[in-house]
Design a protein around this ligand. Structure first.
Ligand code: AMP
Length: 287
């Protein structure tokens, strides 16, 4: 089976209209490319629950608050399409910037995320989530999928898109897929390709540290747990953690007592050399 490439929104509309007229289910996986096994696990779940699957590859400029990060973001479209083809993905949607933003990319109105955008990443990446909401909204308008697939890897991202979908009354169902990790525990990420060998070798410490919080959650206070984690990460040469936050899984607000919440996640963002990595572990309750 060959993955067909759709280059503009009109082609997407044609295939989606045809599928929906036949009563078929459409699964949608938005990505920024440089695909890895994490992305493929989303696509595989989409395949198991839909008749056709569209994977978009679009490095969205409006969600990059750092121009260097946008510049250095890996772009490997040919290899991506070969990978999509190898698992029998129905369609790749590879729009141009003009196809996504025909009237310019200025956001007309602030997107309501119920305040979820102000927590954790919100403090370090101003404007990032407005850009994410903007592009996901446009992509959902174009694709009109039955199901949308997002990764647990970006915990705050799926949480606020979940809010946005409900708030805007969109009729797509969000499915969240667990984090895919390398054998040594590092969460797979397109940005991992930019890590030096020395830093890559140390990077599993991020997941180890989150697991340690999980292990000692009943034995230490929140302050002790996060203090221990920050200390461990700071101790690694060229590692600089921005935050380790133990948060309520629904509100994303930092908590003070794990026993008072039934869904708890620990999230972190760490500069590993000049690459910013994020990770999380759900330490109570489930997705
Ligand atoms: P990105 O290309 O980084 O924008 O990611 C596209 C989608 O893949 C997002 O919903 C991510 O959360 C998801 N994703 C990225 N890495 C992983 C991973 N290691 N495990 C599961 N999902 C992932």
């Amino acid at each position: 089976m060959h993955t067909a490439t759709l280059r503009d929104r009109k082609s997407v509309k044609t295939v989606v209209d045809e599928a929906k007229n036949k009563g078929l289910k459409v699964g949608f996986v938005p990505t920024m490319g440089a695909l890895h096994d994490g992305h493929l696990s989303l696509i595989k779940q989409a395949q198991s629950e839909n008749d056709i699957v569209i994977c978009s590859i679009f490095v969205n400029p409006t969600q990059f608050n750092d121009a260097t990060d946008l510049d250095k973001y890996p772009r490997t479209v040919e290899a991506d399409i070969a990978l999509l083809d190898s698992i029998g993905t129905t369609y790749a949607y590879t729009p141009t910037i003009d196809d996504i933003y025909p009237n310019g990319d200025e956001l007309k109105e602030e997107i309501n995320f119920g305040g979820l955008d102000l927590e954790m990443e919100g403090a370090f990446r101003p404007g990032h989530f407005q850009g994410v909401g903007q592009v996901v909204g446009i992509l959902l308008d174009i694709v009109q999928p039955t199901h949308l697939y997002m990764g647990q890897k970006d915990f705050q991202q799926f949480s606020l898109i979940n809010f946005m979908i409900k708030d805007q009354g969109r009729d797509t169902i969000l499915r969240v897929v667990p984090i895919k990790r390398a054998e040594d525990g590092l969460a797979l990420s397109s940005r991992n390709a930019r890590l030096s060998a020395e830093i890559r070798a140390k990077a599993p410490i991020i997941h180890d540290t989150l697991q340690e919080i999980n292990k000692y959650q009943n034995a230490m206070s929140i302050g002790e747990l996060t203090g221990m984690a920050m200390g461990k990460l700071r101790a690694i040469k060229n590692f600089n953690p921005e935050y380790v936050i133990i948060a309520d899984g629904y509100t994303l607000k930092p908590i003070t007592d794990i026993t008072k919440h039934d869904y708890v996640v620990v999230c972190t963002a760490v500069w590993a050399g000049d690459v910013r990595l994020i990770d999380n572990v759900i330490i109570k309750g489930g997705l």
